[in-house]
Design a binder for this molecule. Structure first.
Ligand code: S3P
Length: 182
């Protein structure tokens, strides 16, 4: 396996808290934050639902992989990913090279409650989003687990509690030389 980098990489299902926790981690550590969804949206100058609608999911997935390649070699940073990033083996290999992979999880009820607050997830615009969530989660769970170095349940924690837990776990895991500044 290639050398592991010093980034903190957040993976997990939609609604797991990756974006908010990524922002909190960037604030605490002072590190730069890169969000693959934001990178892809900027590349097309469109929102994620617009990219899915006008270019299709496959084009989105290609751009997601391209965004990860761009991050290679950037060193210490916080990387926030979209929930489907683990579906491609190539992506998982790229994430491993970037640094320590942190899987943010939450129970299904919590995920659904969080996701339902916004309609920005094209994959859940179905006639039964709750059932779609259950199906997608079942398919993806083994991929998240397999990719993860560290797992944190966000269901009952505030964003800054999740961030502190991540930093402690990474310290224990010995996968990064990260030091928090606050
Ligand atoms: C997706 C999750 C989204 C976004 C896109 C596809 C997925 O990101 O990348 O809608 O396949 O789970 P979030 O996990 O930030 O919602």
């Amino acid at each position: 396996m290639n050398k592991r980098g010093d980034a903190i990489v957040l993976i997990g299902f939609m609604g797991a808290g990756k974006s908010s926790v990524g922002r909190t981690l960037a604030r605490i550590t002072g590190l730069s934050r890169f969000d693959t969804d934001e990178m892809v949206a900027a590349r097309f100058d469109l929102t994620i639902p617009e990219i899915f609608a006008s270019h299709g999911e496959e084009t989105f997935r290609e751009a997601e992989t391209a965004a990860l390649r761009e991050l290679s070699g950037k060193g210490q940073m916080i990387v926030v990913t979209g929930g489907g990033i683990i579906l491609r083996g190539e992506n998982v290999a790229l994430l491993h090279e970037l640094g320590t992979i942190v899987y943010l999880l939450a129970d299904e009820e919590t995920l659904f409650a969080r996701i339902s607050r916004r309609s920005t997830r094209p994959l859940l615009q179905t006639s039964n989003p709750r059932a779609t969530l259950t199906e997608l989660l079942a398919t993806r769970l083994p991929f998240y687990r397999e990719a993860a170095d560290v797992e944190v349940d966000t269901s009952r924690l505030k964003h800054d509690e999740v961030a502190r837990t991540i930093l402690n776990r990474i310290e224990e895991h010995g996968g990064s030389r990260m030091h928090s500044q606050g």
